[in-house]
Structure formats: structure tokens, C-alpha cells
Design a protein around this ligand. Structure first.
Ligand code: ADP
Length: 656
């Protein structure tokens, strides 16, 4: 039995025997009470609204919902507590309600509670009329839907939140339904795939509408499309590489991952998500690295130098073919072997200090000449270059060593050195011989010439004219021979009897030479001028001899005009360059070399006296000092004899 029926029954029993009108009034009173109790207990807010829009009666729940005590609410109109944005939301619909055009007003709106908090309410308003249809009052039911509205707002926020994240992602994200049809994609997907969202949405993924290739470049088979594979295999894919062929022939390479979309607690999926990353640049970089590695490998193998990579403990890590030829070991016997193992015993450690400096970063690279021992025991000379390879942080990784076989050159150098030594020895022997010979020849020559002269003086009247003439030839020949022997002696003395070098103010031997040539200078009316001359380490006597020979020649080989001689000097890096210039007859270029040789002359002694040894002596003096001599000249325009003398003497050359 329902509660209402119980009440009714009780009333029936209580009223038995009373007049019917009284019982009816009681029933009405009872139902009003019942209504009142229901009104107060209702979970919904209920209010009666008078035609002037004021609350006539409100239940507790409505007071709770709108946040006002009953007595305050009864003084207010709904409009007074409406949210400013929705002041007349209900008023706008009232005319229709009152006109009977709509059965009720139903809407969701906000009210501002007494504590200023906002409450969302679903309102339903109906109009009560009297029997004649005249409006009496409104009945309004209010449901607090704030929690639902908050949840809706939170959902909107969360969607916006995820949308923003997805749209800002660098990778493309493509969402499909369970039938693999694209339903959504982010901006990156549009950019990477190269299709606008509206072109992509509804398709079975971009692989179904664009020509695609597999990682190896072959056309992508239908069953290999990532979405299909995901569904077929029933598991997410990761790291699948796919290329999209573009109209210009280029390929956009993509890295594709897929996954299933499932509702919490559900086994079956409602969609599939695919992410795509553009790895074209990365693939290009990888290809470039592969190319450069191939280039390196080829260069390494084809290089005409031996090349090795040597680990930091000094073991061969990698060697090229040329190095196996130079060292005479096969590759497998070199790799892992210590470099010192194949070094020549005396040269094993010679590179250590310099290589340590490269390791310390003081030097970029270093070069050596050192010896290795080939497998067959032969020694090979190598020009070795060593540099260090470091990683991005500067930490040493390994050494690169370049080997050039210089055995032939080294052997040639040794041979040259030996030949040079031999030449020096035989030269000095020759010099010694010339000296001894010329010295010892003087004595018998003196006898020949003095006895010839004696013969001439004592027996002149007994000689016929022919004999006298022959005698004169003998005397003249002996005199010339004497001169030649003296010159030869002087020449050999440059090497054998030279003095130690001391600092010499060059002007001093020059002035001595001028004094010695005084007669010839005065006789010819020559002018001799000279620069300010430096001080250098030299043999002063020999310098005087040098100047005297050169100036003597300038006076001797003069042109018809008055001789002018100038001695100039120029400072060079390691030496002074002197020049003795004249305005004499000059020399033809083809004789520039010959005139410095012993006894080489360009004129006969009738034209110009001399033995042809002066310049040979000059050359020997200059070379003994570590310098060079040459001539510059034009026939008829004078000559310049140019020679260098070092500013400092090298160790061990003092006086040669
Ligand atoms: P000599 O003077 O005894 O002939 P040198 O050795 O001094 O011997 O000179 C060799 C030759 O070089 C000379 O015979 C001459 O022909 C040429 N010569 C040397 N000096 C000069 C000069 N200043 N001008 C022209 N010719 C020169």
C-alpha cells in the first residue's frame, strides 16, 4: 500500500459517521500538507512565481540552490539574481508561454548566489491558469547543473589543451577510426605529408593516395601500408621507414609509428593513431657520410703514400696497401702490431718527444725521417708525417701517419756526401801537389834562368845573331815560367796558407789594395770610390788580394776613356754583397764562367799582360769565406764583379 493510500484509509476510518463536506475539507487539508511535505523534500528546487515575477513560495532546495534564505528570496525576482549575461533569458520566452504557444520554458542559465558564486541551473517553467484560462501563477523547477557544466568546461579545456599540444608537435599525428579512415590530423602531418587536412580526412591514410616506396626504394605494396599492417598484425608498429615520391622525383622519407586507441578497460580498439616524422634531412646526412666514407676508403687505398691509423698505444689499427708494400708485411701481420716493432733499432724512439707535443696540442703535426726494417730484414728510409685525430671534445682518438719511401733519395744523399768528401780529399791532395810542385820547380827554374843569363853575359861575343835570339827566348820563357809558378803558388796558398778569420773592417784591406795599385791608378788618372764598408769575419790579407786583383783588372782592361772604379756594398739577409764596377772593355756573356778558371784568359799577353790566375784566386778566396762570386757585364760598357761574404762564419769553416 502506498503512503498516500494509508493516509487516505486512516482518514476514512477517523471520519466515519461525519458529514461528507467536512470529510472532503479534511481530505483537501491532508493533501495540502502532503503536498507541502513533498514540496519541501523534493531534490529539485521548486518555486511559485507570481505574475509580477516575484517568488511567492520557494522550497528549501531552491533556497540552497540559489543561496538565499527563504525570506530574502521571497522579496526577489528571478531577474534580480540572474547572471548579468542572462538577465532576460526567461523573460524573452514568457510571452510565448503566456500566449499558450509553448507548453513550458526550458533553459539552462546562471544565477549569482548571495555569496557571489555562480550557479548553473536547468529551469523548467509552466503556467497555471484558472478554469477560464486566465494565468494565475508560474511553477518553476530548478535543477543545479553546476557540476555538469564544470565537467563540460573541463572537457572543453582538456580538448583545447591536447589540441594545442598535438598541433604544436613536430611530428605529424594522424588519427583514424577502426576502419582505417582518417578522422583527424595535426598541422605537422599536413606539412610533412604535403596534403591539407580536408584532403587527408576520409582516406585510408596518405599511403593510399600518394605514390609511396618502401625503405629499399621499391614501390610500397598495399599490404605493407602501415595502417593495414597494424590491423593485420594486431600490434603497434614502430620505426617503419616509408618514402613519398614527389612530382619532381625527390623522395620525402618518413619514420612511421602506429598505435591503437582504446577506451579504458576495453579490449577492442576504436581507432588507430599514426605518427610520422620527416627524416629526409637525416637520410641525406647519412648518405653524405656514406659517400664521404667511400671517398675516404678509396683515397686511403689508392694513395701513393703509405697511410696508417695508429692507436694511442702505438699499434697499427688500419693500413693501406701502399704501406704493406713499403714495410713488406701483409696487412694482417701489421694490424695490431706495435709500430716500434718494425722500426729500425736506433730510430725506435726518435719520434716520441715530438709526438708527445702533438698529443699535448702544441703542434698540429710533425715530420721525421726515420728507418724501418722490412719483413725480409732490409732497411727502408721513410719520410714520416704524424697528425692526431680528436673527437668533438678534443679527446685524442688515434694518430694518422703518412709514410713515404725515401730510401733511394737517402742512398743518393749518402753517395753524394761520400763523393763530396772524396772530392774534397782529392782537391786538397791536388792543392798540396800544386804547392809542392810549384815550390820545388822554382829552384831548378832559378838555375836555368841564372845560368842562361851567365851564359849570355860571358859568351855573348861568341854567339852569332841567331844564338843571341834563341838565348833571349830562353830567358823570356824562363821569366814567364817563373811568373806562372809564382801565380800557381799564390793560388795554392789560398787554401793551404790562409789565416784564421778575424773581424775585419773591409775598408782596411781595400785601402791597402789601393795603395799597392797607386802607380797604376796615378798613371791612368783613374778615379776610385767606395761605399762605407762593414766589418765581417775574414782573412784580411786575402781580402786585400781579392780587391787588388779585381781593381788591377779594372785598370788593366780599361777602355779609351778614363777608368772609373766604384766598390759598393748591399746588405742581404745573411751576407754582404760587394760589387767592384768599372767602365772598361766589358766581357762577352759566354766567357762569364770560364774567366774564373785557372790560366783562362780572353786575350793574348801581347794585348794585355797576365797569366789568367787572378780571378781564379778571387773565386777561391770568396769561396773559402763561404761566399760566391759572379760577373755582370756588357761588352764595351764595363763589368761588375759581384761577390758575397757571410756576416757570420759557420762553425768549423773558420779558415776552411
Ligand atoms: P789576367 O788578368 O791575368 O788575364 P784574370 O784571371 O784576372 O787573368 O782574368 C781572366 C780574364 O778575364 C782576363 O784575361 C780578361 O779577359 C777578363 N777580365 C778580367 N777582369 C776584367 C775586367 N775588369 N774587364 C774586362 N775583362 C776582364
Amino acid at each position: 500500500m502506498t503512503k498516500a493510500r494509508q493516509v487516505e484509509k486512516a482518514e476514512e476510518e477517523r471520519g466515519r459517521g461525519r458529514p461528507a463536506a467536512e470529510r472532503a475539507a479534511e481530505v483537501v487539508r491532508g493533501s495540502e500538507e502532503l503536498f507541502q511535505r513533498t514540496f519541501e523534500l523534493a531534490g529539485l528546487g521548486v518555486g511559485y512565481i507570481s505574475l509580477d515575477r516575484r517568488f511567492m513560495s520557494v522550497n528549501n532546495r531552491l533556497c540552497e540552490i540559489l543561496g538565499y534564505p527563504e525570506h530574502e528570496l521571497l522579496r526577489l525576482r528571478g531577474r534580480d539574481i540572474s547572471h548579468p549575461d542572462e538577465l532576460d533569458a526567461i523573460n524573452e520566452k514568457r510571452p510565448q508561454l503566456h500566449a499558450g504557444e509553448i507548453p513550458c520554458i526550458r533553459l539552462e542559465k546562471r544565477y549569482v548566489r548571495k555569496d557571489r558564486s555562480v550557479v548553473w541551473v536547468a529551469v523548467t517553467i509552466v503556467l497555471e491558469r484558472d478554469a477560464a484560462g486566465k494565468p494565475l501563477y508560474e511553477i518553476a523547477v530548478y535543477d543545479d547543473i553546476t557540476a555538469r557544466k564544470d565537467a563540460e568546461a573541463a572537457l572543453v579545456d582538456s580538448e583545447a589543451h591536447w589540441r594545442a599540444i598535438i598541433d604544436s608537435a613536430n611530428d605529424g599525428i594522424i588519427v583514424c577510426d577502426r576502419d582505417m579512415a582518417v578522422v583527424d590530423c595535426n598541422a605537422a602531418a599536413e606539412r610533412i605529408v604535403g596534403l591539407a587536412a580536408d584532403k587527408l580526412i576520409g582516406t585510408q591514410g596518405f599511403t593510399s593516395i600518394l605514390p609511396c616506396v618502401a625503405e629499399d626504394g621499391s614501390p610500397l605494396a598495399v599490404e605493407e601500408r602501415p595502417l593495414r599492417r597494424t590491423v593485420r598484425e594486431g600490434k603497434p608498429l614502430s620505426g617503419v621507414v616509408i618514402g613519398i615520391k614527389r612530382d619532381d622525383g625527390s623522395i620525402t622519407w618518413l619514420l612511421v609509428n602506429t598505435g591503437f586507441l582504446r577506451r579504458p578497460g576495453e579490449q577492442s580498439y576504436y581507432g588507430i593513431v599514426a605518427t610520422v616524422a620527416d627524416i629526409s634531412a637525416q637520410r641525406r646526412a647519412e648518405a653524405a657520410v656514406r659517400d664521404s666514407e667511400a671517398l675516404f676508403r678509396t683515397s686511403f687505398e689508392l694513395a701513393s703514400s703509405g697511410i696508417a691509423h695508429v692507436d694511442l698505444d702505438g699499434h697499427f689499427m688500419r693500413v693501406n696497401r701502399r704501406l704493406t708494400e713499403i714495410l713488406g708485411y701483409p696487412e694482417n701481420e701489421l694490424i695490431g702490431r706495435s709500430v716500434k716493432d718494425v722500426s729500425f733499432h736506433d730510430d725506435r724512439d726518435v719520434t716520441d718527444p715530438q709526438r708527445a707535443r702533438v698529443r699535448a696540442g702544441e703542434l698540429e703535426s710533425v715530420r721525421f725521417e726515420k728507418r724501418y726494417v722490412r719483413k725480409n730484414g732490409a732497411v727502408v728510409w721513410v719520410n714520416l708525417g704524424v697528425a692526431l685525430v680528436r673527437d668533438g671534445n678534443g679527446t685524442p682518438l688515434y694518430e694518422i701517419a703518412m709514410f713515404d719511401d725515401i730510401t733511394e733519395r737517402k742512398e743518393a744523399e749518402v753517395a753524394l756526401h761520400e763523393a763530396h768528401e772524396e772530392l774534397k780529399r782529392s782537391n786538397s791532395e791536388l792543392e798540396q801537389f800544386a804547392y809542392v810542385a810549384s815550390h820545388d820547380l822554382q829552384e831548378p827554374l832559378r838555375m836555368v834562368s841564372s845560368y842562361t843569363q851567365l851564359l849570355g853575359r860571358r859568351y855573348a861575343d861568341k854567339f852569332d845573331p841567331d844564338a843571341k835570339e834563341f838565348m833571349a827566348y830562353i830567358v823570356d820563357g824562363a821569366a814567364r815560367m817563373k811568373q806562372l809558378i809564382e801565380d800557381l803558388l799564390a793560388y795554392s796558398r789560398v787554401g793551404t796558407k790562409g789565416k784564421d778569420f778575424k773581424p775585419v773592417e773591409v775598408g782596411k784591406p781595400l785601402r791597402r789594395a789601393i795603395t799597392n795599385l797607386k802607380a797604376a791608378i796615378e798613371e791612368s788618372g783613374a778615379s776610385v770610390t767606395y761605399d762605407s764598408l762593414p766589418t765581417i769575419p775574414a782573412d784580411e790579407v786575402q781580402l786585400a788580394q781579392l780587391f787588388q786583383n779585381l781593381m788591377g783588372n779594372a785598370l788593366k782592361f780599361r777602355s779609351p776613356s778614363v777608368p772609373r772604379i766604384h766598390i759598393g756594398v748591399q746588405e742581404k739577409e745573411d751576407a754582404f754583397e760587394f760589387a767592384v764596377r768599372d767602365n772598361g772593355i766589358g766581357i762577352e756573356p759566354q766567357y762569364f764562367e770560364r774567366i774564373f778558371m785557372v790560366f783562362q784568359r780572353l786575350h793574348n799577353k801581347g794585348e794585355y799582360p797576365g797569366t789568367g790566375i787572378g780571378l781564379a784566386i778571387c773565386k777561391k778566396v770568396v769561396e773559402r769565406h763561404g761566399g760566391h762570386i759572379r760577373v755582370e757585364s756588357k761588352t764595351g760598357e764595363g763589368s761588375a764583379f759581384i761577390f758575397t761574404l757571410p756576416k757570420q762564419q759557420k762553425e768549423g769553416t773558420n779558415g776552411g
